[in-house]
Structure formats: structure tokens, C-alpha cells
Design a protein around this ligand. Structure first.
Ligand SMILES: [Zn+2]
Length: 307
């Protein structure tokens, strides 16, 4: 109940700020921000570590494996999203520590702030043991590269319309790939005046990853409404330790999904535009179970007894 109360408290807090949309919360005293620590020198088996790459990109590590989610992208013009710079991308693609021996790469969808086909291709060629999970739309883009045959056997494609919920096992890592519609992006048709959702046909996959006794849920750009499909699955069996969710879930409707369906122990809000990071960090500052990362390569280590 403590956990639920905590979320409900946040829900009411966010309901409060919804009325002053667009206004910055006044500066308050610097709060306790999440503990940012290094994994260096720590070998505890009961540990999970999350390292921020950029936007919705993360490196997730446990003693059983290493996973990259939505981490291979970049070269985007402008500063509308955080993105990894060339030196960080080089470390990842060339399998340098801490990016050596990546077991699994997961891609939620093909948008440029989540996926770059050339970078994923280069990574897969240079890291011959890694398995890639992606929706078919991403696989179709990868197929255009001449080096695709070098890694095609290691691609696990999720066929969006055929399977809503697919389970995979690779090594000690269990993965559930769930189709969850992308959040809407509405634009008015200049002729008819009708509102059209430009993202209606985007195949977005949410991943539930289990390894080393920990469960991670990464929603990609899932719409708040998409979770209705998975009501029963989350209610009945899943205990989520870490949920990675788009910052749009900070709205009351999103917090309801979090508190009633996903019910995670720890919550990481992502997809935050660089100019708004401090604003959102301030919103969650009194909730130690909620994490917002400020810059690439920040890491948080979780001891098992703490979740
Ligand atoms: Zn997207």
C-alpha cells in the first residue's frame, strides 16, 4: 500500500500543476536528487544498474546480462531531444566497456530519436553475439543495408498485426514484446479541417524484460490508451521492478495507468526535451522512487534488497 499511496500522492500533485500548465514551478531549495553512483569495483550479484544514454535510450545491466534499449540513434539536427554524441556512439558500436558483450538490443520503433538504421547495422556487424529485437517496420529498414545478411539470423522481428504479445528467451533473459500503439500526434488537415494522427501507423513495441530476478518494463512511445489492452496481463502476474515511461505519463491519466496497471517499484521518466529536464526533476524531487536523468552516462545502481 505504501507504494500505491506514493503514486496517488504524486497523482494529486500533478493534478495540481495541470491547472498552471506552461508555468514553471518556482525554484525551491535543491532537493535530494537520485543517487548517481558508479558500478566500478562493485561485483554484487544482487544488483541492477541502469545507465542513461539519451532520450529513451538506456543500458540495463544485471549479473545475467546487458541490454540496450532505444540507444542507437543520433545525428539529429536541433535540440528537441537529447541524443548521444559521436564519442559515446563510438564506444557503444565498437563494444568498448561498459558496452562490451551486449546480449540484447531492443528497438521500440523506427522514429529517429529511437533508432538509426546505419548505427544499428554497424553495431550488429561489429558485435556478432548480440540478438536484436525490433518491430517489422524497423527490420524492413535494416534489410536495405548490404550488410544485413551478416546479422539477419540474429534479428527477432515482431510482426505487429499478427502477434499482440510475444515471448522470447535468450540466454538468461526473458523478453515479452507487446504491441502498444504510439502516442498520437495530431495535425489539422489544411483542406478538410479534420484532425489526423500522423503516428497512427507507427509500430511501437513495449518490452517486459526479466533477468536476475528483476523485471524491467520499457514502453517506448506507447500511448496512455494502449495499456488498456494489457490490463489483465499486468494485473494477474506481472510484478514490475522498473518501469521506463514517456514523460506524458506524468499527466493524471498516465499516473492512473501506472498506479493501477503497471505498479512498478521504481519509475524512470524519459523522453524529456533537454530544456525541460530541470523542470521535471523539480516536479518529482520529493519521490525517491522516481528517477529523471540529466545527462548521458548517468547511472543508478539498485541493490536487490532495495526493491
Ligand atoms: Zn516516436
Amino acid at each position: 500500500m505504501k507504494k500505491l499511496n506514493f503514486f496517488l500522492a504524486l497523482l494529486s500533485l500533478l493534478s495540481g500543476i495541470a491547472g498552471v500548465q506552461g508555468q514553471e514551478i518556482p525554484d525551491k531549495e535543491k532537493s535530494n536528487s537520485p543517487a548517481i553512483v558508479s558500478l566500478e569495483g562493485q561485483q554484487d550479484k544482487s544488483m541492477a544498474m541502469v545507465t542513461y544514454i539519451a532520450n529513451e535510450g538506456f543500458l540495463i545491466q544485471t549479473s545475467n546480462g546487458k541490454m540496450l534499449v532505444d540507444a542507437l540513434f543520433g545525428g539529429i539536427k536541433g535540440r528537441w531531444c537529447e541524443q548521444p554524441d559521436d564519442s559515446l556512439l563510438n564506444l557503444i558500436i565498437n563494444g568498448q566497456p561498459s558496452f562490451d558483450n551486449i546480449d540484447v538490443v531492443l528497438v521500440s520503433h523506427y522514429h529517429v530519436d529511437h533508432f538509426n538504421e546505419k548505427m544499428v547495422t554497424e553495431f550488429m556487424v561489429k558485435n556478432p553475439k548480440t540478438i536484436l529485437f525490433c518491430p517489422d517496420q524497423v527490420n524492413q529498414l535494416l534489410k536495405k543495408n548490404s550488410s544485413y545478411p551478416q546479422f539477419s539470423e540474429r534479428v527477432r522481428t515482431i510482426h505487429y498485426t499478427q502477434h499482440k504479445d510475444t515471448s522470447f528467451v535468450t540466454g538468461d533473459i526473458q523478453i515479452r514484446a507487446m504491441t502498444m500503439n504510439h502516442g498520437a500526434y495530431l495535425e489539422k488537415d489544411t483542406i478538410t479541417g479534420e484532425l489526423k494522427d500522423l503516428h497512427k501507423d507507427v509500430e511501437n513495441i513495449a518490452y517486459l524484460i526479466k533477468t536476475n530476478g528483476c523485471t524491467f518494463f520499457h514502453g517506448g512511445d506507447a500511448s496512455i490508451k494502449a495499456f488498456e489492452n494489457f490490463k489483465e496481463a499486468f494485473h494477474e502476474s506481472e510484478k514490475v521492478d522498473f518501469a521506463f515511461l514517456d514523460r506524458v505519463f506524468m499527466q493524471p491519466a498516465g499516473m492512473k495507468v501506472i498506479s493501477e496497471l503497471i505498479k512498478p517499484e521504481k519509475l524512470i521518466f524519459m523522453h524529456i526535451e533537454p530544456s525541460r529536464v530541470e523542470y521535471y526533476k523539480n516536479v518529482v524531487k520529493d519521490f525517491p522512487e522516481i528517477f529523471i536523468f540529466s545527462k548521458p552516462l548517468e547511472s543508478v545502481v539498485f541493490q536487490k534488497h532495495s526493491f
